[in-house]
Every structure is written in C-alpha cells, then in structure tokens.
Ligand binder design. Structure first.
Ligand SMILES: [Zn+2]
Length: 136
C-alpha cells in the first residue's frame, strides 16, 4: 500500500521543491501541472522550508513551527513548545528538542495516540495517524 500526498508548492518554493523532488530515489513525480505526488513516508521527512506556503491534499500547509503560539527566531526551526513539564520524571533526561538529526530507531517522542508507534517528527506522527487511523 502506498499513500500518496498531493502537494502544490508555493510559487516561491517551487524551484527548491522540484530540486528536492528529483533528488529523491525514486524521483518524486508531478501529478498535475502544479502538483507533486509525494509518498506519505517521504512527506514525513521532507524539509520544512519547501513546504511552507504549499497546498497539501487541497489544504494549505500549516507549519507546526510557524503555527506555534510563540514563534522563535529561525535559528531553531525544529523546536516546539512542550505542552507541560513532566514533573515526576528524573531530571537527567536529555533535551530531545535539540537540533541533532534523528539517526533512526531512537524514540522521537511523538507517539501515536492510537497505537504503540513512535515518530521522530510531529508531521510523521500526524501523517501516520491520518493514513492509518483515518483521522483528519
Ligand atoms: Zn498509530
């Protein structure tokens, strides 16, 4: 089963988006004059900056970072506000919002609320939730 997400990049990002698309293996193809057919698993890991302003499956893409209640300078694009501090956890937990790229396998911290899977990005988790559990 292959989930395809139709993405129409913002005009200003189209060139960067196309460059990203042809760099994938296999290439991401266009599915219309303006849209790219992006496999869901690729979508989960694609760079945020080429998605900003795009239309995803007919809906305007909302950046989790840009949509955050308090926006931080672009120096830390991956940072998200924590919903609440965990009080009874030991204080030596590493800061998992660091900019270090996930090397796969580790617990990314975005757990699916419906099944035991975990994801390294919120977008990955959301994509999974939408695809597997049919939430929109
Ligand atoms: Zn799930």
């Amino acid at each position: 089963m292959l989930n395809i997400i139709r993405i129409e990049p913002a005009p200003a990002r189209r060139r960067a988006f196309a460059a990203w698309a042809v760099a994938q293996e296999p290439k991401v193809r266009t599915c219309s004059a303006t849209e790219f057919a992006v496999p869901a698993d690729l979508y989960a890991s694609m760079p945020e900056d080429i998605l900003i302003g795009s239309t995803v499956d007919g809906h305007r893409y909302v950046s989790p970072e840009l949509d955050a209640p308090f926006t931080e300078p672009a120096l830390e694009p991956a940072r998200e506000p924590a919903p609440a501090p965990v009080s009874d956890d030991d204080s030596s937990i590493p800061d998992d919002t660091s900019t270090e790229p996930a090397s796969g396998g580790g617990s990314g911290g975005y757990a699916c609320p419906h099944c035991p899977r975990e994801f390294t990005t919120r977008r990955g988790r959301d994509t999974h939730t939408r695809a597997v559990h049919n939430e929109g």
